[in-house]
Design a binder for this molecule. Structure first.
Ligand code: ZN
Length: 266
């Protein structure tokens, strides 16, 4: 009786011992390769979400503020899967403007026009006159977005945009163009499509892109035309900012442009 019990105990131990042998093989610690964070911001009675995808551990930051410019997001993801970094984007209706309710009334704004008080006052619309408390609600939303993702503490970041054919282009920023007041310097490529361009706040980055013959605009960081866009915010905070803007049909080109932005921004 005693003998057979001992035998059984040894049999029971065999898989445990085998397990010990397997776990003794050296292996690196598990790594988080991807994580997704969904953050809710409250504006009046409405919740607006921002989503952050983190690839690997790289601290590189990309931002997409227009929910209807998903080709640029696709380009960003292709690059981040290789380089690592985070992509922050507003996710709401799939449209450009964010809609919210305050005291039962509806308002809407362009999320790339809220990063200064002057910008908020220009972009916010509603039925009838927009009250001060609606402006204040959007001011607070913008401040919370910046501070939650620590955008004011970045030395550099990339933004991702798309534009329609014949809409915004490098020509918009040329002398006589609608947004010429934003331009410090500008380089028009002999080969690139005018709709595919970079808009930057940093002279070194401007020179790097000009050398490669891309369409590129260097923002006048004295900000003559404060439209409350993220580039205005970056210019005022001394942040090296690169907007990679392309036609949605030019995905391959936008991937290439985003890759080069990542190489240059470091
Ligand atoms: Zn955009």
């Amino acid at each position: 009786m005693m003998f057979s019990v001992t035998r059984m105990k040894w049999r029971a131990l065999i898989p445990v011992l085998a397990g010990c042998v397997l776990s003794a093989v050296a292996a690196p610690a598990p790594q988080v390769e991807f994580s997704l964070q969904k953050v809710a911001f409250q504006i009046g009675e409405t919740k607006i979400h921002a989503q952050m995808r983190q690839f690997g551990t790289n601290t590189l930051t990309m931002v997409n503020v227009h929910d209807d410019e998903q080709a640029s997001v696709e380009a960003g993801v292709v690059v981040l899967e290789k380089t690592g970094g985070r992509l922050i984007e507003f996710t709401h209706t799939g449209k450009r403007r964010i809609v919210f309710a305050l005291n039962g009334r509806e308002y809407n704004f362009d999320p790339n026009r809220i990063f200064s008080k002057a910008g908020v006052r220009l972009t916010l619309r509603g039925t009838g006159e927009v009250p001060a408390e609606a402006h204040a609600a959007v001011d607070t939303f913008a401040e919370q977005f910046i501070s939650y993702f620590k955008l004011d503490q970045q030395s550099a970041f990339i933004t991702l945009h798309n534009n329609g054919d014949g809409g915004l282009s490098i020509h918009t920023y040329e002398p006589g163009g609608a947004w010429a007041a934003d331009t410090d310097e500008l380089h028009v490529s002999k080969t690139a499509d005018p709709d595919d361009f970079y808009f930057v706040t940093d002279k070194r980055i401007y020179e790097e892109l000009k050398k490669r013959d891309f369409n590129v605009i260097l923002q006048d960081n004295s900000i003559k035309r404060d439209d409350g866009s993220l580039s205005v915010f970056a210019g005022r905070h001394g942040i090296a900012y690169i907007n990679v803007e392309a036609e949605p049909e030019h995905l391959e080109e936008q991937i290439r442009m985003t890759e080069i932005a990542v190489q240059i921004i470091r």
